[in-house]
Design a protein around this ligand. Structure first.
Ligand code: ADP
Ligand code: ADP
Length: 229
């Protein structure tokens, strides 16, 4: 069985004439250790798919299975544990806590997931050992995203969900961030899923799932994804 299995997943927002099919009969499989890009224009349903996968929203019909667990069978506490222990999240605008330092932001994530003494190690791995005691506002965008990556990695998640992780960054900084995600994917076989509207990010993935109007347009395997430089 695949690590992630979406079976006829439909998510409807609103009712009656106001109903929006944000995801409609979405089917795909992702194996453990894949690097997947979900590509599509604004409004295609990418965030909906990511939110369902991250246990942040409930589907309307269908099945989502992650590591043998059917998400819709989990109660609120089960979903909270799933989010806490299995999933790392990375967002376009970093979502760091402004009045905590870089180190404190990562330590907080570590404490919530009951890990210990790894915060500095992961901050060093993302190239921020010289920034531990700075506050987010003192960092460049690229450094803030590196902090967010360390915050996600310190949980040692098996699944890393990234929502437009380079959307707020210039091209070169964005490439460094993607490189970092790729290294994590290769080093620890972390399954990485990136949603984006930017087709130029697709060449990094070994699988590209294109969606539009809530439906899958294509699923393409990339035989030669970009590798770690
Ligand atoms: P994308 O991430 O590809 O831009 P979304 O998943 O955010 O797409 O949105 C897909 C569709 O679902 C859009 O038409 C959007 O307006 C609608 N939608 C998303 N979230 C909600 C919500 N909470 N309530 C109502 N409609 C929503
Ligand atoms: P990037 O090329 O990553 O976008 P910037 O050009 O924004 O970086 O910043 C270059 C350097 O200046 C970075 O090391 C960053 O930490 C530092 N820097 C940027 N803004 C501030 C600030 N407000 N306070 C302290 N250092 C800053």
């Amino acid at each position: 069985m695949a690590y992630i299995d979406f079976q006829n997943v439909t998510k409807v927002y609103g009712i009656g004439e106001a109903a929006v099919f944000a995801n409609k009969d979405i089917d795909f499989e992702i194996e453990a250790g894949e690097f997947v890009v979900i590509l599509g224009p604004s409004g295609a349903g990418k965030s909906t798919t990511l939110n369902l996968l991250g246990g942040m929203d409930q589907l309307t019909s269908g099945k989502i299975i992650v590591a043998g667990q059917e998400l819709s069978r989990l109660d609120d506490e089960g979903l909270a544990i799933y989010r806490r222990d299995k999933v790392g999240f990375i967002f376009q605008f970093y979502n760091l806590i402004p009045n905590l330092t870089v180190l404190e932001n990562v330590e907080m994530s570590e404490q919530i997931s009951h890990k210990a003494n790894q915060a500095q190690k992961y901050l060093t791995a993302v190239g921020l050992s010289h920034r531990l005691h700075n506050f987010p506002a003192q960092l460049s965008g690229g450094e803030q995203q590196r902090t967010a990556i360390a915050r996600a990695l310190v949980k040692e998640p098996s699944l890393l969900l990234c929502d437009e992780p380079t959307g707020a960054l210039d091209k070169a900084t964005g490439q460094q961030i993607l490189q970092l995600l790729l290294e994590q994917n290769k080093a620890l076989s972390t399954t990485v899923i990136v949603i984006t509207h930017n087709p130029s990010i697709a060449n990094i993935a070994n699988k590209v799932i294109s969606i539009k109007d809530g439906k899958i347009e294509s699923i393409e395997l990339n035989p030669q994804p970009l590798t770690v430089a």
